[in-house]
Design a protein around this ligand. Structure first.
Ligand code: HEM
Length: 475
């Protein structure tokens, strides 16, 4: 119906229309898109990368936290990123909402380690792989490694003794690599060990270099060394197949791993995961061991107390003539607190990286899809609300268990470190033999920290070691 050319139904529906418009404006007002976290994105392209990597990351994190709060944005290597400094946020990203955040590494680094390594994945493939890796590093599995780790530790310590200057960090890397070889392959021909060591060193040198494919560059050399590592691993696998041995070490478990369809892993998948474990295990364990030596050296009273604890075990073992037992490694309470406090103080894995797979809202802030997300373990470990007087080394603070989600040296959630018990076992065994049979002096106690990329004492902690029986003459 029309009145004077004007549609009558429009007059009737005008108030309804107005109400609808007003309601929709109101709705828009109340359902605003959450805002980005506060923070600065730094310079174009490089963002604030230089600020983070050119000095103590503690300074970067704490300055930002003071200015912006517990969630702030920044830009690292051209990637917009959100940093999170609270235990709740770390739990949100790594545990409760882990499905919204995938692991992320630069492609050039992924290529060097091997794209099928478990820490680049999530979902079914990751779960399946993780079961086998975790199995070979479980308490059940590593309790059988005590005497072999002991042999490797004693041999390392003896090679350092005699009073010559040793770069502790470099030596600890050799030690933890040898443990890695043993955990992965059990006993291995010397020829293969040498090939693995030689090529892993070249790979390691190129890992943090500029990714150039020009011949002769560190990166290109690393790519070639990675290929040779695959060849060596392929030969080792072939030899095992011929011998038809069903070993329980990591290689054995990976070779026998089948999925629900009965499919086995490819040789590349096995190689990538083996190199991945070397990569995850070597420098991390070596850095913490180096810090333990520094902290003990710097606190003679603490060192004396640790000696008392370890010498009691040494006496039980007829002055060290019998090997350490698994049970004894479980009963070193003071040494354990020293290890925990070293892990906290040094926080060698300062943070981890994830990438948001969708827009995520956290505490009123938007974390846009594709942005990197970094839970900052170091900030949590150095927060006075969780660790009183956080900059002082005080193992006794671990007489009381830390508050939930505040002590994360090995991460949290589905990607948490499966090698943490092995790493601690190595530390118990090294400390036992070090303090009962050796003494050491730090040559130049520079107070600085060197980042490569894990923090270690400046210069790698140059030190001299002596075996105790021959130390009385001061040599
Ligand atoms: C003190 C020594 C170590 C420290 C501090 C350490 C720390 C960590 C951390 C923080 C993560 C989690 C990273 C993330 O969430 O992105 C991790 C993962 C991992 N670590 Fe360790 N780690 C140590 C030693 C080891 C050792 C000895 C092994 C093996 C022999 C190992 C194997 C792994 C593997 C395979 C992963 C990846 C797990 C996954 O993605 O599911 N780590 N480690």
């Amino acid at each position: 119906m029309e009145m004077g050319g004007f549609p009558f139904y429009l007059v009737l529906s005008l108030p309804v229309l107005l109400t609808c418009i007003l309601m929709s404006i109101n709705k828009r007002k109340t359902k605003q898109r959450p805002k980005l976290p506060p923070g600065s994105m730094g310079l174009p392209y490089i963002g604030e990368t230089y600020k983070l990597y050119s000095r103590n990351p503690n300074v970067f994190f704490s300055t930002k936290e003071k200015r912006y709060g517990k969630i702030f944005k920044t830009n690292l290597l051209g990637c917009p990123s959100v940093m999170l400094t609270s235990p709740e946020a770390a739990r949100f990203v790594l545990v409760t909402h882990a499905h919204l955040f995938k692991p992320t590494y630069p492609k050039c680094k992924e290529q060097l380690i091997g794209p099928s390594a478990l820490f680049f994945h999530q979902g079914d493939y990751h779960t399946r792989l993780r079961k086998f890796v975790q199995g070979s590093l479980s308490l059940e599995a590593i309790r059988n490694l005590v005497s072999d780790i002991e042999t490797i530790a004693i041999s390392a310590l003896e090679s350092w003794s005699g009073g010559h200057i040793v770069n502790t960090y470099e030596e600890m890397k050799k030690f933890s690599f040898n443990i890695g070889i043993f955990t992965i392959f059990g006993r291995l021909d010397a020829k293969y060990k040498e090939e693995l060591k030689e090529n892993y060193l070249i790979l390691d040198k190129g890992y943090n270099s500029f990714p150039s494919i020009l011949p002769g560059t560190l990166y290109k050399n690393a790519v070639l060394a990675r290929k040779r590592l695959s060849q060596t691993l392929s030969e080792i696998i072939c030899q095992r197949k011929e011998r038809r041995l069903e070993e329980k070490d990591l290689l054995g478990r990976l070779m026998n791993a089948t999925d629900e369809k009965g499919d086995i892993l490819t040789e590349d998948q096995i190689s990538d995961n083996i190199i991945g474990v070397f990569f995850a295990a070597r420098d991390t364990t070596a850095s913490v061991l180096t810090w333990i030596l520094k902290y003990l050296h710097d606190d003679p009273t603490l060192l004396e107390a640790v000696k008392v604890e370890q010498e009691a075990i040494y006496e039980q073992n007829d002055k060290g003539s019998r090997p350490l037992t698994w049970a004894q490694t479980r009963e070193m309470p003071l040494t354990y607190k020293v290890i925990q406090e070293s892990l906290r103080m040094a926080s060698i894995v300062s943070f981890t990286f994830r990438e948001a797979v969708a827009d995520v809202e956290y505490q009123g802030y938007l974390i846009p899809k594709g942005w990197k997300v970094l839970p900052l373990f170091r900030s949590i470990h150095h927060n006075p609300d969780f660790f009183t007087d956080p900059e002082s080394f005080n193992p006794s603070r671990f007489e009381v268990a830390p508050k939930p989600n505040t002590f994360l040296p090995f991460g949290n959630g589905v990607h948490a470190c499966p090698g943490n018990e092995l790493a601690k076992l190595e530390m118990f065994i090294v400390v036992h033999h070090l303090v009962t049979k050796f003494r050491w002096e730090v040559v130049e106690s520079k107070s600085g920290i060197q980042y490569n990329p894990f923090p270690v004492p400046q210069g790698g902690l140059r030190a001299k070691f002596w075996k105790k029986s021959s130390s009385n003459n001061g040599n």
